[in-house]
Write a protein that binds this ligand. Structure first.
Ligand code: ADP
Ligand code: MG
Length: 865
């Protein structure tokens, strides 16, 4: 190949510290021309000089300025890939794959040399020179090779996203870089950000003693006119559709980029738009349509017809395609099918149900449900069919993380002649991928995030407003080629009042127990001293360590008397149980419950319970502050719920049993198409019920993926929990909630009648001074067992004073505490009578002990340990 005249000169040797070579790259003219338009190319010299002279550099530049695709190439040409690899991390899998392919293409190198690695796939070979990977993958590599000795440079891309892994990598690399320097094998660290908000990295002296230089890549950005909506509609997908219609019918050419929150919304909108604006050369459009349908079923394999000439044949093929899709959808559904709940057991009093519910039926219902959805869409189209007959074709493409990379790549391919490009995307297109030719942005202003409950530590996916920074990033996508327009589907008042300036770093939003266990599993011993870019609260970190120890995920500390100062200083190691727990994608206390259920064959129930406990307010509250102060219908709901947990271990399992039944019965009612009525009659929140379902599916899938010897959901029949199983479930709940034990205030000791009445439902919690009261909604309130665990404790303002409540109550037996929460028990005396016994199965010796529980020294009955 001829030497391009535009090829940049190698940096003069004078300012190069380590590299003195120039490795030629042979790019095509087309690529060469595209590169020349990128702002970062003009800065190559300066960028490389700064990198050569500094161990750590921060590069900030507007999305699309060429950071991700060009910087690895600069480094390659400067010889950084000669002996070791160039590593690039991305918070998103999409970006890791797309960018490795693009860079390979630009450099004219095979994918065996410019490769990617994400959790379940990759094309890395021994010949790999530039390796794109997710940040989680690099973190895993540090576990086995702390010095990252295979790499000469690490680029942490998209650092502005502040993903937990990238933040931890920044902290780790701030230590690894000097270590590598000391060993005479320097490692370069480049932190890349799409925004200038990098002070958490530059001005954090715990992180970097000398602030690293900040390189700004100046990108040409055309003005973008922002249009706010007068009102903020709830159905932003329908609104996005209407807006896109208007833009397409009334405004001059230029691509449209639409931001919605998730894959489902993307597919829904893509389908609708493709129907409204069929692409003229029919055969191709059918293929497109088929693909649109195919994309809705999460990547199961379906046959897609190629171009067909005869329209009749086309129709036939279309049908066949849909049939195929249905077939593989069935397969897909069968794979994730949740265990069926035995109806008799979940039949509700006064609820007449027909007993047989077959899987087949279930599937048909689901399919019908899908068709219904389609019909609804058609209606909507008619409603908004205000547009002219003379439509220019619209080339509609979906974009989201789980889309196959081939299909993702279509956003970069030329748009068919005479068509307008329209990309419907999740926030993947915000900064990770730059879509060419966009002039109009339609922004729904929302995103799907995982929210964590401070009280329970449980997480749930919710749709929230984005931040102002995100909204501005999205708008910026319209100004890459010329002056653009951004249509925000919300009012300026909402933008001003409801949008945070910036998204909070993930690390400060997520519960630290989770993170602590994960980091400890990676071998980061002193999490408390770890140089986080934005540290989580120190007190919280220490509390997390304590809670993990009580859970049995961390080794218990040696007692001060029996150990020297040195051993005391050693942080507790992760136990085997801790390693198992860390593999579940839920809070560690729930992870432990799942881990124990594995032993007792109780996984399907625990999955259901953990899902139900993770979703807020599945049940409409029946008792509020005082008994009289209740919601309409509350008494009726309350009586029903009591009957669901009527006797034996069902009753003692208490409020979780109610949840288990409610979810089971709702599932059944849903299969009969009676979910709304059922929810209304029993005081369930329908939206919460469907969230529980989603979470159950997710947990079931993740357990099947992560726990090698378990395959959940294959057996479609879930036997109802027997009384014995309900008893195990009580123990499992205790094992997860061992730090949430409460004991009834003994009323017999209280002489004063008034005081006795006041303390009727009062409990002492293990580590709280003030008594807490059993919430009026608890089905165990009448029974008021002596020993309980609770899901949640919270305070309510009551006039001038506050009153503490506990809810989500399960009765426990105090002798279980010795077995399930041994660390909070103090053993005073080991008894010889009855004589210790040897247990064959565990190989352990059990003996009876005198013990107390917790700081306040509650007497425990004679128990076995
Ligand atoms: P940054 O990382 O600064 O946001 P990138 O390096 O990702 O910028 O993108 C630089 C340019 O390369 C963008 O204009 C983008 O559209 C283009 N680009 C990226 N991937 C592809 C691809 N697969 N095909 C064509 N162009 C691409
Ligand atoms: Mg980038």
């Amino acid at each position: 190949p001829t030497k391009e005249k535009s090829k940049p000169e190698p940096a003069p040797p004078a300012c190069i510290v380590h590299q003195t070579v120039y490795v030629p790259v042979h790019r095509s003219t087309e690529v060469q021309e595209a590169r020349l338009r990128l702002p970062i190319l003009a800065e190559e010299q300066q960028v490389m000089e700064t990198i050569n002279e500094n161990p750590i550099v921060i590069v900030a530049g507007e999305t699309g300025s060429g950071k991700t695709t060009q910087l690895p190439q600069f480094l390659y040409e400067a010889g950084y890939a000669q002996h070791k690899m160039i590593g690039v991390t991305e918070p998103r899998r999409v970006a890791a794959i797309a960018m490795s392919k693009r860079v390979a293409h630009e450099m004219n190198l095979p994918e065996s040399e410019v490769s990617y690695l994400i959790r379940f796939e990759g094309n890395v070979t021994p010949a790999t020179r530039i390796k794109f990977m997710t940040d989680g993958v690099l973190l895993k590599e540090i576990e086995t090779d702390f010095l990252l000795s295979k790499y000469s440079v690490i680029i942490l891309d998209e650092a502005h996203e502040r993903s937990v892994y990238t933040d931890i990598l920044v902290g780790l690399l701030s230590r690894i870089v000097p270590l590598r320097h000391k060993r005479g094998q320097p490692l370069k660290l480049i932190i890349m950000s799409a925004t200038l908000r990098v002070t958490d990295f530059t001005e954090n002296t715990r992180l970097f003693k000398i602030p690293p230089p900040l390189l700004k890549v100046e990108a040409r950005q055309f003005p973008v006119t922002i249009h706010f909506q007068k009102r903020t509609p709830d159905d932003y997908v329908a609104e996005a559709y209407r807006k896109t219609l208007k833009i397409h019918n009334q405004l001059p050419e230029g691509g449209i980029l639409i931001f919605v929150t998730g894959q489902q919304e993307v597919n829904q909108l893509v389908r609708k738009l493709r129907r409204t604006f069929p692409y003229q050369p029919v055969a191709k459009q059918v293929t497109e349509n088929a693909e649109a349908l195919e994309e809705t079923k999460d990547g199961a394999d379906a046959e897609i017809t190629e171009t067909v000439e005869d329209p009749k044949e086309l129709e036939f093929d279309m049908k066949r395609t849909i049939r195929n899709i249905r077939k593989s959808k069935k397969k897909f559904l069968a794979q994730i099918a949740l265990p069926k709940i035995n109806l008799d057991d979940y039949k509700l009093p006064g609820d007449d149900t027909e007993a047989d519910m077959h899987e087949q039926q279930d599937l048909e219902e689901l399919e019908e449900g899908l068709e219904d959805e389609d019909e609804n869409e058609e209606e909507l189209e008619l409603d908004s069919g205000e547009s002219s007959g003379q439509r220019q074709p619209l080339w509609v493409l979906p974009l989201y993380s789980l889309l196959s990379s081939d299909k993702q790549n279509r956003i970069f391919q030329p748009v068919p002649e005479g068509c307008r490009l329209c990309v419907v995307s999740t926030n993947v297109a915000e900064t990770s991928l730059t879509i060419p030719h966009i002039k109009y942005v339609v922004d729904c202003g929302r995103q799907k995030t995982r929210l964590y409950d401070k009280l329970t530590g449980v997480s749930a996916f919710v749709v929230t407003y984005t931040s102002k920074a995100s909204a501005d990033q999205r708008a910026g996508r319209a100004g890459r080629i010329s002056a653009g327009h951004c249509y925000r589907l919300y009012s300026s008042a909402v933008y001003n009042d409801c949008f945070e300036d910036f998204a909070q770093p993930d690390i400060q939003r997520k519960p630290v127990e989770d993170l602590m266990l994960q980091m400890r599993c990676m071998g980061i011993d002193r999490v408390v001293h770890f140089p986080f870019p934005s540290p989580p609260d120190q007190v919280q970190l220490q509390a997390a360590e304590r809670r993990l120890t009580v859970l049995g995920a961390l080794e218990a500390q040696a007692t001060p008397s029996s150990s020297s100062e040195k051993t005391l200083d050693l942080p507790p190691a992760v136990t085997r149980l801790g390693q198992v727990i860390s593999r579940f994608p839920v809070a560690p206390r729930f992870g432990k419950m799942l881990a124990l259920s594995h032993q007792q064959n109780l996984l399907p129930y625990t999955v259901c319970l953990v899902a139900a406990l993770s979703v807020q307010e599945v049940l409409i509250e029946t008792g509020v502050q005082r008994d009289e102060d209740v919601a309409p219908g509350a008494n009726r709901y309350y009586r029903k719920r009591q009957s669901w947990a009527a006797s034996g271990n069902y009753q003692l399992l208490g409020d979780p049993m109610v949840l288990l039944r409610a979810v089971g019965a709702a599932e059944y009612a849903g299969s009969q198409g009676r979910l709304p009525e059922f929810c209304a009659a029993n005081g369930l929140r329908q939206k919460a019920v469907s969230e529980v379902r989603k979470l159950r599916v997710q947990l079931t899938n993740e357990i099947n993926l992560n726990v090698s010897d378990v395959e959940l959901g294959v057996d479609p029949e879930l036997k109802p929990p027997t009384d014995g199983q309900a008893r195990f479930l009580r123990q499992i709940l205790l094992a997860g909630m061992g730090d949430r034990v409460a004991r009834k205030v003994p009323l017999a000791d209280i002489a004063d009648k008034e005081e006795r009445r006041r303390l009727k439902y009062a409990y002492h919690c293990a580590d709280m001074e003030e008594p807490a009261f059993l919430h009026a909604s608890s089905v165990l309130r009448q029974k008021s067992p002596d020993w309980v665990v609770y899901q949640e404790a919270y305070e309510l303002q009551n006039g001038d004073s506050t009153k503490m409540f506990i809810r989500g109550i399960t009765a426990i037996e105090p002798e279980w505490l010795l077995l399930y929460v041994p660390l909070l028990c103090n053993i005073r005396e080991v008894r010889e009578d009855p004589a210790p016994r040897f247990d064959d199965t565990s190989g352990k010796i059990y003996c009876h002990v005198d013990a107390t529980f917790g700081k306040s020294g509650w007497e425990l009955p004679l128990g076995e340990v």
